[in-house]
Design a protein around this ligand. Sequence first.
Ligand code: N01
Length: 546
Amino acid sequence: KPYAGGDTDTYADNLETDVLIVGAGFGGVYLMHRLRDELGFKCKIYEAGAELGGIWHWNCYPGARVDTQVPIYEYSLPEIWKDWTWTEKYPGYDELRKYFAHVERKLNVKKDVAFDSRVVGAEFNLETHRWDVKTEDGRTAHAKYLINAIGFAAKRHFPDWKGLETFKGEMHHSSFWPESGVDMKDKRVAVIGTGSTGIQLAQEASKEASHVTVFQRTPNLCLPMRQKKLTKEEQDEKKPEYPEIYKHRMTTFAGFGYDFSEKNTFDDSPEEREKFYQDMWDEGGFKFWLATYKDMLFDKKANEQAYNFWVKKTRARITDPRKRDILAPLESPHAWGVKRPSLEQNYYEAMDRPENDVVDLKKNPIREVNEKGIVTEDGELHEFDLIALATGFDSVTGGMKNMGLKDVNGILLKDKWAQGTYSYLGMTCNDFPNMFFLYGAQGPTAFSNGPSCVEVQGDWIVDTLAKLRKENITYLNATKDAEEEWRQKVTELSDKSLFPTANSWYMGANIPGKPREQLSYAGGIPLYEKECREVLNNGFAGFTTQ
Ligand code: N01
């Protein structure tokens, strides 16, 4: 239900505003606060969901939790963190929802948010220099600036298996999970997909369900989370350091608060290397990925060392030899860390139990779904009460392609990006003047902590709008050349690494027919920020203005 306490005009047809933001997750709320409260822009948000929180509003599947440690995955705004306390090092979705309720108490955002307002079309009017934006239920808004803050996972992916709609049991996509929850007690549960979502879902389902069967196409090379309860006292004690922690966060490659080692893999002797890996492993979280040797994601031989360590550790946790070979094969399915590892808590032990199973879809793909369950290529029918689709998203570009955005020549963004993605700075597009986006294509997105990325890009957009207002510029358009150069930069940065060698959503390779290309900027947050700041300091280099 739409929030009833808002400004009367927030839901009005023909809404006039300075800034229209689409999406009320981390990005949209941050922009609203900075643009409205600090700079005095009239600012409204259209949000397709019924609450603040973005991904944390949509993702309420069992086990959904963030894999970034406290206090990194949150706003650096002191008015928010000063009196907010988490209960776990890696908080669950329910706690993140409470966090957004706290943010609302502090920032009073909702009065300017129209919920249940999905944007289905937007065009820039060359006479008024305003965006005309349409919602699904027929309302329009007119804004000087349009900012898409829809996140990287706004479009779900449902594979087109024959018979999917005929299944008589319950079936849910992870991102459309019922708010009221799903009773899994004593049920036979299928989890299809082993991305971060599938791992969390399977491990949680195994606590209640009678059987859990995971359908795996590519093994997830998971890392131990090492979850920890947190007390208020220990957080309060640390809070004087928070300003420094947030400043430091932005100096690290992924905005995670820690960074790659200065050393390369073979700088160390085998014994030193073993100890180094073990230390990262023991600390848990993404340390083994983002605080490891600096050549791990670039050099094949270095990468093999990391895989060898991972496989040794992981295989030791699985007693069933068949499952061991599927979940942690001796031969690596792809370079370690070039697909997103999940942080697991007891995934391998759970899957190892006799009542649970794993099907190797590489050897035995899904042939069809019928009313009873899933039929694999070998003809076997796997019967279930519940099928959980953890099949991911048309990540990074799918959401914006789905919004009916048109450029000044009437060309849809969906068509502009059909053969490849083009943007300038991962925040603007040629011939989409005065339109910005964040945590999307060709920004640090997939290679960054969400709130860090949102703050770097959000601050740039805020400063840009302030400068446009000050200099009386009503039209800012990225040039085609700037866009070409940015695409080349994004590709070159990625080509130096091992990222292009795997079929991942990073590369658009998870969606049939999607162009294969690097979708995120792989130069790290500090370099990205420097490049964007230079553009602003050099009089909007790469843009034309009026
Ligand atoms: O989606 P995914 P996700 N037949 O695309 C499989 C963030 N996140 O929702 O690997 C069979 O990663 C597909 O197989 P394969 C995080 O950034 C964070 O899990 O392509 N299988 C894959 O296993 C994450 O990376 C958190 O071979 C098919 C799975 O479905 C991102 O969101 C939690 C298939 C999809 O995995 C997306 O994660 C959750 C087919 N036709 C998510 N199509 C945390 O913070 C797809 N698959 C912890």
